[in-house]
Design a protein around this ligand. Structure first.
Ligand SMILES: [Zn+2]
Ligand SMILES: [Zn+2]
Length: 162
């Protein structure tokens, strides 16, 4: 099978920092290889996203709104907007669940995608939407006081009541 190679002067896809031609030589490591790109999508694929950089530890929110929006509890990771690229934005529906927060979902398939505090410069991205390895772990539970009665939290992580 023939695989097209990038033109010699094309920038490396992973970091755009050096020539792709350099990357094809195994002796020269990609200097940008530490810059991880995480990718995710909704169930139908109309919405995709890419996140530059490592993911911080997610939180699992057990509040009533997250439970209803996600169908269980909502694990999500806070990402600076500058590091988040969303493709298919026209397919994202927004529901304003409180004065300061809107929740993003795919209008076609209903996937829970974003928790967006509109007065901040970051967006929480739902962990269930990731396609690539996240290389992170949930660090804490929040709003445990509102959790459902049909499950126990038994992973030993901190449980915050609010
Ligand atoms: Zn979808
Ligand atoms: Zn919540």
């Amino acid at each position: 099978m023939y695989l097209a190679r990038p033109a010699l002067d094309e920038r490396c896809r992973c970091c755009r920092g050096h020539r792709a031609a350099d990357r094809q030589r195994p002796a020269i490591a990609c200097k940008g290889s530490n810059m991880t790109i995480h990718q995710g999508s909704c169930l139908c694929g109309n919405v995709t996203f890419a996140i530059k950089g490592d993911l911080p530890p997610p939180s699992a929110c057990h509040c009533t709104a997250c439970r209803k929006h996600s169908g269980h509890f909502e694990a999500s990771v806070d990402i600076p907007r500058s590091a988040l690229t969303v493709t298919g934005e026209a397919f994202v529906g927004w529901y304003q669940s409180s004065e300061k927060v809107r929740r993003g979902f795919c209008k076609t398939c209903g996937s829970t995608l974003f928790w967006d505090p509109i007065f901040h410069d970051w967006t929480a991205v739902a962990m269930g939407a990731f396609d690539t390895p996240t290389h992170t772990k949930i660090a804490q539970h929040i709003f445990v006081s509102e959790k459902g009665d049909y499950y126990d939290i038994a992973d030993g992580l901190p449980q915050n009541q609010s």
